[in-house]
Ligand binder design. Structure first.
Ligand SMILES: NC(=O)C1=CN([C@@H]2O[C@H](COP(=O)(O)OP(=O)(O)OC[C@H]3O[C@@H](n4cnc5c(N)ncnc54)[C@H](O)[C@@H]3O)[C@@H](O)[C@H]2O)[C@H](O)CC1
Ligand code: K
Length: 526
């Protein structure tokens, strides 16, 4: 599991080390320089004589960059440091100059000096370099990258080729991302490699900023973060075996978990086929389908092991391909929501339902697509909403927070957290990076290949999550913390199955369903 702790905790953990005189910046700079040398030699076959441009900001992130530049110059790299602020880290500047780094300034105050370089010219230098080191802003960033740094990044972004071009290494974070919320308030230089100092900042895991920091490595600076409470988590493949509902020899099909799926209509029978198929193929003990007869016929033709009609379940999946005009199906959605411990319009206070759930028939429910409009005023945390950005915008607007899809997409974690707060449910917001927010928890998963943005993929995710919740139904109700983790687990496996279905190429939702059993087996064996 990757843990990104809020930057206030990083600051807090740095303090005693810095007070004791620990050479954290020297350590960071050494590690970054090593990595840049490695990349140069891997990419060009040599280190000496290659060109590196270091973009240097006013704070300690810039200091890291200047000391990195000094190491590189001593290793024979042709190193240019471009400062983007009138004042930069003084000792770092001195070390860089002493080591033979060429230092120029793009800050507007330097315009008439001999060492001035316009942002446009600095951008050309950067584009012609083998490696660019982004050391303009770290966790001290406030808002969009301003001044010369912003101008350089805008110019580079206009001309940077999709492939080829310089390899960009960001120190700590790509400069100018929202370090705690993952927003992208202004120009940011997409990093090919991000070397986080001490601990990754939450913004490195949260979309949309996470897409600008694909490959994240952590430089261990010895921070003690054990007391950190505010975190973003990301499950890794190694976590799958720990969280997955165990298939034990003594478990019959009921104890393995029965998933009830209320999905599909005559107009959209495919959603029911995909959701039930995903539930079956991810190892449910039994899957029941509740829907119109001809929809169930389509389901049975594809998955003969599915059982038609209602009965006892350990988790419900409601909503994929739902017909909001179909009164019978909507009643069934309401029944499922009532089995989560709350009927429509009921108020969930927290007390009373917690703790003794599961034992008296309370079950988790995945609420997708059309069923999102049937939610009670307050939900238990074992109700998992699985909206995409547009659906989340609608849900929030209905509850008095008027936002549109673009606003949700520009700050997914914040809006998912608002929906969590307003409903009480666990919220899984689908996207290229999926964000899950439960009470006091945030997780983000980025396994989905771009090809997975395809019709029916959400139905597969809902069915898969239904199996996970059914397999650990009792625990999910008794320990609601588990619910967000299972939701993140579903997103991880969904993404991995898509890759396994056709690595690097197009996938259909049915192909993902097909790939689930072998993907799960591989992940459980890892
Ligand atoms: N975690 C560790 O173990 C270590 C981290 N290190 C590095 O230190 C930075 C944080 O340094 P700090 O000086 O506090 O902040 P920044 O360098 O990010 O920048 C602050 C600086 O920038 C100006 N500024 C703020 N916002 C903007 C903006 N939007 N546009 C332009 N300028 C802006 C502000 O005025 C300040 O002057 C951390 O990220 C690591 O890289 C240490 O090396 C020690 C080990
Ligand atoms: K940076």
């Amino acid at each position: 599991m990757i843990e990104a702790v809020a930057t206030e905790h990083i600051r807090h953990a740095e303090r005693p080390l810095l007070d004791a005189g620990a050479p954290l910046m020297a350590h960071v700079a050494f590690a970054v320089a090593q990595r840049v040398r490695h990349e140069l030699s891997a990419r060009t076959g040599e280190v000496g004589g290659r060109r590196v441009v270091v973009l240097v900001g006013s704070g300690n992130n810039g200091g890291d960059g200047l000391f990195t530049a000094a190491h590189l110059a001593r290793a024979g790299v042709r190193t240019l440091a471009v400062t983007v602020a009138p004042k930069v880290h003084a000792e770092g500047l001195e070390a860089a100059r002493r080591a033979g780094v060429v230092v120029v300034s793009s800050a507007s105050s330097a315009r008439d000096s001999q060492d001035a370089l316009s942002p446009g010219a600095a951008a050309r230098e950067a584009l012609a370099a083998d490696v660019v080191v982004d050391a303009m802003l770290g966790i001290g960033a406030q808002g969009a990258l301003r001044g010369a740094g912003g101008a350089i990044v805008r110019a580079v972004n206009r001309q940077r080729p999709r492939r080829g071009g310089p390899f960009v290494v960001a120190i700590d974070v790509p400069s100018g991302i929202g370090v705690d919320d993952g927003t992208v308030p202004g120009p940011v230089l997409r990093a090919d490699l991000t070397l986080a100092c001490g601990s990754p900042a939450p913004g490195l895991l949260l979309p949309p900023a996470a897409h600008l920091a694909q490959d994240v490595d952590v430089i261990d600076t010895g921070l003690d973060l054990s007391g950190a409470t505010s975190k973003v988590l990301r499950l890794e493949d190694a976590d799958v075996a720990t969280l997955w509902p165990r298939a034990l020899p003594e478990h019959d099909k009921y104890r393995r978990g029965v998933v009830g799926v209320v999905a599909g209509t005559r107009a959209y029978p495919g959603a029911a086929v995909l959701a039930t198929g995903a539930a079956v193929r991810s190892g449910a003990g039994m899957v029941r389908h509740v829907g119109a007869d001809d929809v169930t016929r389509a389901v049975l033709a594809a998955h003969p092991e599915v059982v038609h009609g209602t009965g006892r379940v350990q988790a419900w999946v409601v909503g994929p391909g739902l017909d909001t005009e179909d009164a019978a199906q909507l009643r069934q959605v309401d029944v499922a929501l009532a089995e989560a411990g709350l009927g429509p319009g009921a108020y969930f206070s927290g007390a009373g339902v917690w703790g003794d759930g599961g034992s008296d028939g309370i079950v988790p429910v995945v609420v997708d697509a059309g069923a999102l409009s049937r939610l009670p005023e307050r939900c238990a945390p074992w109700i998992v909403l699985t909206p995409h950005a547009g659906e989340l915008a609608r849900l929030l607007t209905e509850r008095g927070v008027a936002v549109d899809r673009e606003q949700v997409e520009s700050a997914p974690a914040e809006h998912a957290a608002t929906a969590q707060r307003l409903t009480g449910a666990t919220v899984l917001l689908k996207g290229a990076t999926t964000v899950v927010v439960g009470p006091g928890q945030v997780l983000s998963q980025a396994e989905a290949p771009a090809w997975l943005a395809t019709a029916g993929a959400g139905d597969v995710l809902a069915g898969l999550l239904g199996t996970l919740l059914a397999g650990r139904s009792r625990e999910a109700v008794q320990h609601p913390d588990l619910v967000a983790r299972l939701a993140a687990l579903a997103a991880l496996v969904h993404g991995r199955a898509a890759t396994e279905a056709n690595p690097g190429g197009p996938v259909s939702a049915s192909m993902v369903v097909e790939a689930l059993p072998r993907t799960i087996a591989r992940l459980l064996a890892d």
